[in-house]
Design a protein around this ligand. Structure first.
Ligand SMILES: *Cc1c(COP(=O)(O)O)cnc(C)c1O
Length: 437
């Protein structure tokens, strides 16, 4: 019997699975790790989603981060519409691209020059090529559970959708493609020291999410980013902060501003595009000038710096002032306090690690002692997360459909939205079980 609550989504999902692998264009959307039918979305407005069955949800995914002002923010919509009316794409430079590059350079420490691309994957992969080309070295170091997009060299112990499905690597990524990728556990200094002891002059780049959020949120321990900065500098390797998720979200100047640690290269995506396909990477002029056409390191894109995406991204960035970040932090404060109380009231052992407005929920017998690395994130009770997710979804609260993802608040979330979510969490906490994992 069709469930009237999801009948239209169910039928669309059946059709989708016949013509799209898994029925979705990006794996985590399929709800595999939480079960049930993904909701097909008809519209988003402010903090709310409406699905094709007419059900409304308070949205804590926000397109996985880009919609920091909420869905269909009037000024972002107006900027995008005005750009559409001027034509979609020219294959030639525009003034708005200059303004966006200047805006990023103004906000982000050490970003003197910027190159726009269309996805975070492209930004990460291009930054690696640039680092290898500029240093003449081959090895890259990444951390287990950090996600830098789905390009071959980086798809090793890559968190996010890959972690969700427990794939150690992906078929189709050859051993040679990852032979120069070295993986270290996050927050582990000795492991990184060992890598540099083994290959003192071969590491082109150490890549990290400076606040990892694709294995759940696992902040760097105090001094860890400083340690990475020091050891890379000492060995002539570059440091990449992949701020695709954190950039323009945790602060105006991302984790670089919060931590005071300036990387050589930074990657952006998500918030920078205002919900449109836009990403970028940036760094000092001396490095960035080595890119084509000024230098020999090739990188290009037909739709790079797309005028509609740039217009939306710029409109969104311009609204993100100090007040905006205070507002986001206040929303996170309220929600985290409410969820913490809900779990405590019902004896559900949970940790909610957090950096500014970025946070995630881990259920484990360790209670409020949050995971320090990917292995500890994997050891959490992802079944319990699935029960929590489904209980919340049934009550109209759309959380990330995976226990390895961050929750996203936007400036469109009102106190009433947050309080309704907290009230629902009290009900659901009573159902998800309190026993040890
Ligand atoms: C989302 C994400 C990416 C990939 O960006 P896409 O636009 O999905 O290709 C890369 N790095 C981090 C840290 C991300 O969160």
């Amino acid at each position: 019997m069709a469930d009237p609550a999801t009948g239209t989504s169910d039928r669309l999902f059946d059709r989708a699975r016949a013509v799209i692998p898994g029925g979705v264009n990006s794996p985590v959307r399929a709800f595999r790790s939480v079960g049930g039918t993904p909701r097909f979305i008809a519209a988003g407005s402010g903090a709310h989603l409406t699905d094709v069955d007419g059900r409304r949800y308070v949205d804590y995914v926000c397109s996985w981060g880009p919609l920091i002002l909420g869905h269909a923010h009037p000024q972002v919509v107006a900027a995008a519409k005005a750009a559409v009316d001027r034509g979609s794409s020219y294959g030639a430079p525009t003034q708005a691209e200059v303004e966006l590059a200047e805006g990023i350079a103004d906000r982000y420490p050490g970003a003197e020059m910027v190159r726009c691309v269309s996805s975070g994957t492209e930004a990460g992969m291009s930054a690696i090529r640039l680092a290898r080309g500029a240093t003449g070295r081959t090895k890259i170091v990444k951390f287990a559970g950090h996600y830098h997009g789905h390009s071959d060299a980086l798809l090793v112990e890559a968190g996010s959708g890959v972690a969700t499905f427990g794939l150690p690597d992906s078929p189709g990524v050859t051993a040679r493609a990852t032979a120069d990728t070295v993986v270290a556990p996050w927050n582990d200094r000795a492991a990184v020291e060992t890598v540099f002891a083994e290959w003192p002059d071969d590491v082109a780049l150490v890549a990290c999410e400076p606040v990892p959020a694709n294995m759940g949120v696992i902040p760097p321990e105090p001094g860890y980013l400083e340690f990475l900065r020091e050891i890379t500098s000492r060995h002539g390797a570059m440091l990449l902060f992949d701020e695709v998720l954190t950039g323009f979200r945790v602060a105006r100047g991302g984790v670089a501003e919060l931590s005071g640690v300036t990387p050589d290269l930074a990657a952006f995506g998500k918030v920078v595009g205002g919900g449109y396909p836009l990403a970028a990477f940036a760094g000092p002029a001396a490095i960035m000038r080595q890119l084509a056409p000024e230098g020999p390191i090739y990188q290009a894109g037909t739709l790079s710096g797309n005028p509609v995406a740039v217009a939306a991204g710029l409109a969104q960035l311009r609204l993100l002032d100090d007040e905006a970040y205070k507002g986001l932090d206040a929303r996170a404060d309220r929600l985290i306090a409410g969820l913490t109380e809900a779990f405590a009231a019902h004896g559900v052992p949970a940790a909610i690690p957090r950096v500014r407005s970025l946070f995630s929920v881990f259920f484990s017998e360790r209670g409020q002692d949050a995971p320090r690395d990917f292995d500890e994130a994997r050891a959490c009770d992802h079944q319990r997360y699935a029960r929590f997710f489904n209980g919340m979804l049934a009550r109209g609260h759309y959380l990330p459909p995976s226990g390895y993802e961050a929750m996203f608040v936007s400036l469109a979330h009102t106190d009433d939205d947050l309080d309704a979510t907290i009230a629902a969490a009290h009900e659901v906490a009573a159902e998800v079980g309190t026993g040890p994992v």
